[in-house]
Design a protein around this ligand. Structure first.
Ligand code: PMP
Length: 528
């Protein structure tokens, strides 16, 4: 009786896989067997009813089975197997048949043809050719548990997202200068996930573009230029975003902090200046100090802050931090921008948006990465008042932003998060993983800190738990060795000593156990 029996069946398969995995042939036989079983059910009932016409019990499941069979008649025959293959974490389409070029050749071509400022992960780069759920597959058919890709939010190549994109692509793809149901429906559905005052949306194509537009809107609204940012923060790759990203302007090749940008301390309660219960208030004071510096320069236009600082090393904001920081910014007439590019859409587990864990409502929220599960979408959501003042005569047009394909994809992502209870999964599995990683701390001195919310987790490595000397080299070695064991991780933070865990949300307890047991083995080599 489920509205979508295939999605329901796929969830049963996913749960089954956790305890007693089926093999690929079994997975592929499942749908035919299911139909056969349903067929038998009605046939047996019919035969027995003929023998005992008065026995109603014989027909107890008949109506439900018939209605299911009728529903399934409308479903293309290969579709359920796609959904079931995905649920089982195996690639939906065959990926082993196509001829491939060797990795060394691909690398050489890449170095010849692509800009050299683009890096590639791992000492010996991976040649990834397929993905399913929280797994990636290389050209040799080896499977990796992906603990890094927060873009493939509902899972790599999720069949519902793929279907939404390809069906809409086949039908129509234009721009937002025409009326379209999907644009209206998606805007409404997205806005409904946000608190009341945030009710106007602009669609763009990336997180960088979203932040870029947020900056323009804030500056236009306040007629000011200055921006306050968190030390080590990253907000995007455009010129203006590099200028407000200490992660870049203070790093290699960077040109330092521009005059109109004011840095506030990274609110890190493990390594930072303040580590006590009142750290939230103290770090918020650093924002208030930046507000003062901006005042001397014409005043603050905007305060940009991620709702948990990712590139800064998976920093969870201390209690009351954003509330007090926002108050200081707003008292000086500034706009508060929450960058939810990495943290949004239920990753935090307890809330759909990470800013909600701080009990605040931003003036502008920027969205990216998970919003399209890999399809390039970004969005800016703001209040009616701010949006109206941005409409100052200059049109804002974006060729691709908000096109029907993107809207179809965005809707499929929102629906999947809800239907597959992925926020709840992030909450439970994230708490379990954090607990198990914290246990590892007692046997492995390299682990200085384990922190996180939901499936947004950081493990900070130190050489000495007193001096907190960062163990960046060790973190890099651990990432390489985990990769050899089939687990993909990455590092970040100002000292590159924080292991980031931010997997696709279907990540399971079984996966958490795999990460912990392999990390336990790898860390054995680092015990003094
Ligand atoms: N904001 C944050 C917090 C990010 O982490 C990123 C990307 N790493 C961006 C913005 C920019 O997003 P994109 O790369 O999609 O332009």
């Amino acid at each position: 009786d489920k509205r979508d029996p295939i999605r329901a069946a796929a969830q049963v398969v996913a749960a089954y896989q956790e305890i007693f995995p089926l093999n690929e042939s079994e997975i592929d036989a499942l749908y035919s067997l299911t139909l056969t079983r349903l067929g038998f059910s009605v046939l047996i009932a019919a035969k027995q009813t003929r023998a005992a016409p008065g026995n109603e019990y014989l027909n107890i499941s008949n109506a439900a089975v018939w209605s299911l069979l009728e529903k399934l008649r409308e479903v293309p025959f290969d579709w359920p197997t796609r959904a079931i293959r995905f649920a089982a974490g195996i690639p939906v389409v065959n990926y082993q048949s196509s001829t491939r070029r060797p990795a060394t050749e691909l690398l050489a071509h890449r170095e010849r043809s692509l800009g050299p400022s683009l890096s590639v992960s791992y000492e010996s780069p991976l040649h990834i050719v397929a993905g399913s759920r929280q797994f990636l597959f290389d050209a040799l058919g080896r499977r990796y548990l992906d603990c890094v890709n927060n873009v493939a939010h509902v899972g790599h190549s999720h069949p519902y997202v793929v279907r939404a994109a390809s069906e809409q692509m086949a039908r129509l793809n234009t721009n937002t200068r025409y009326l379209h149901e999907l644009l209206t429906e998606y805007s409404e559905r997205l806005i409904a996930t946000l608190p009341e005052p945030l009710q106007v949306v602009y669609f763009v194509n990336s997180g960088s573009e979203a932040n870029e537009l947020a900056l323009r809107i804030a500056r236009a609204h306040r007629h000011r230029t200055d921006v306050i940012v968190i030390d080590c923060a990253y907000h995007g790759n455009t010129s203006a975003m590099i200028d407000i990203s200490p992660y870049k302007f203070d790093g290699p090749g960077g040109r330092g902090c521009p005059m109109c940008v004011h840095k506030a301390s990274l609110p890190d309660i493990y390594r930072g200046q303040y580590r006590e219960n009142d750290a939230g208030a103290r770090y918020a004071q650093s924002v208030a100090d930046a507000v003062q510096r901006a005042e001397q320069n014409g005043g603050v236009a905007a305060f940009f802050c991620e709702s948990a600082v990712s590139c800064g090393g998976q920093i969870i904001l201390p209690d009351d931090y954003l509330r007090q920081a926002y108050a200081a910014v707003r008292a000086a007439g500034g706009i508060c921008v929450a960058d939810e590019v990495q943290t949004g859409f239920g990753r935090g587990g307890s809330h759909f948006w990470m800013f909600e864990t701080q009990g605040v409502v931003p003036d502008i929220v920027t969205l990216g990465k998970p919003i399209g599960n890999g399809h390039p979408i970004g969005a800016v959501v703001t209040t009616r008042e701010i949006a109206d003042s941005f409409a100052n005569g200059m049109e804002y047009f974006n060729t691709f932003g908000g096109n029907p394909v993107s809207c179809a994809v965005g809707l499929a992502v929102l629906e999947t998060i809800k239907e597959e209870e992925l926020q709840q999964n992030a909450h439970h599995v994230g708490a379990y993983l954090k607990e198990r990683l914290t246990e590892l701390k007692s046997t492995h001195p390299l682990i200085g800190d384990v922190r996180g919310l939901g499936l947004f987790i950081g493990i900070e490595f130190v050489r000495d738990r007193e001096t907190l000397e960062p163990a960046g080299r060790e973190a890099a070695v651990v990432v390489e060795r985990m990769k050899e064991r089939g687990v993909l991780l990455s590092t970040d933070g100002p000292f590159h000593n924080v292991i980031k865990i931010k997997p696709p949300l279907p990540f399971s307890r079984r996966d958490a156990d795999e990460v912990v047991s392999k990390l336990d083995m790898v860390l054995e080599d680092f015990r003094n």
